[in-house]
Design a protein around this ligand. Sequence first.
Ligand SMILES: Cc1cc2nc3c(=O)[nH]c(=O)nc-3n(C[C@H](O)[C@H](O)[C@H](O)COP(=O)(O)OP(=O)(O)OC[C@H]3O[C@@H](n4cnc5c(N)ncnc54)[C@H](O)[C@@H]3O)c2cc1C
Length: 433
Amino acid sequence: MAWDFATEPEFEEKLVWMRQFVREEIFPLETLGLDYDEMLRVIRPLQDQVKERGLWAAHLPPALGGMGYGQVRLGLMHEILGQTPYGPVVFGNNAPDSGNAELLAIGIEETGDEAMREQWLQPLLEGKMRSAFSMTEPDTAGSDPTLLKTRAERDGEEYVINGHKWFTSNGSVADFLIVMAVTNPDVHPYQGSSMILVPTGTPGVDIVRDVATMADPESEFGTFGNHAEIYYRDVRVPAGNLIGREGEGFSLAQQRLGPGRIHHCMRWLGQSKRAFDMLCERAVSRTAHGSLLAEKQTIQNWVADSLAEMHAARLMTLHAAWKMDNEGAPAARMEIAMIKYYGAGVLYNVIDRAIQVHGALGFSCDLPLEHMYRAARAARIYDGPDEVHRQTVARRTLRNYAPSEIPTEHIPTRREEARARFADLLEQATANL
Ligand SMILES: Cc1cc2nc3c(=O)[nH]c(=O)nc-3n(C[C@H](O)[C@H](O)[C@H](O)COP(=O)(O)OP(=O)(O)OC[C@H]3O[C@@H](n4cnc5c(N)ncnc54)[C@H](O)[C@@H]3O)c2cc1C
């Protein structure tokens, strides 16, 4: 039997250290209202400690300085780091830099372009540069990227890029952008799109604003975690800035999104658990109508349902990670789609219940719950809206079923068949009576 739900003791030791480090050293930073530069300065000594422990940028293969942990172990790490927005930055594996580094690494492996490694990948891994992924456009449906309009035309030894993007996360603090553009409009977009590295300072790159959102309604330009709107107008970059090969944009995107979704879901579980702890603490602390909230059945239902939902999401996510480690990302496509919408729903519901149990305090800014709630709403949209993932799961599942005029389980039909099949036995059985 190979079923095993245990973490090996050596890795569990690392997780124990991370739990304590995140709670004691990183949680307090959340309350200080640091701007981007202050944040970078304050977290540097913490990043050094992470590096000393060999846990920096652990998502990368050993050849690139990572630990080659595989998705299950990374998932367990992300569950701890995702409890606080600073966690992944301190550990050098925050989105979108971690996914972008993986993209560059895959591209370099394919093309052998060592200049790209030195100029962009290495500084990104060391945390000396920031990156952004620029795919979604305001004028086309992001959930159907075959509609992509941004064009990159080859002109001699350069690409010329024209397009309009938004929700390029971290775009206004990035040193370079990875732009998804159509390079060949004459073939299906799955074969005609490419990813191209564009340094932010390139003439024609116009970052017009950081879009204010539910999570950050008063977004100041150039804040870490921003979602930039960007025009690309006749932006010229060397042809060597192509990542991987021309036409590979979609297949690269798929490779990047699989692990990324597992990490997201595990971070959401870290957040859910934090909200759940607040829920339970309040339930055993507050009295109303003659008893503790914890003694009321509705609150008990919230505790029990939240715990069961988080447990289900955790098992589903770790199973998806395990499948990816053992059978590869394409084999885990259904599982990854399922955890994306299921996990986002769990996150949202648990935070909602935690707010409710705190009453006005939950709605106030005196607790992290209100911000967690606003940020959690986006989980149902980014990396593909719930509906698209549900469609993937439903379509793939329904493929295994054939139409049948009479339902296979139709009892009268089955009875008739059984009578014909067992006629002799039935005759003997009745004769013996
Ligand atoms: C916080 C945040 C960060 C993001 N970061 C990035 C980033 O770094 N880089 C980047 O390129 N993009 C980013 N995005 C954009 C994100 O990927 C897109 O918002 C997402 O793909 C959906 O695209 P859309 O917004 O154009 O919505 P649309 O495609 O217009 O979809 C709108 C709605 O239509 C419905 N819908 C769509 N398809 C179906 C279907 N098949 N069946 C049923 N209903 C359907 C869904 O309800 C969906 O929510 C980010 C978004 C958010 C919110």
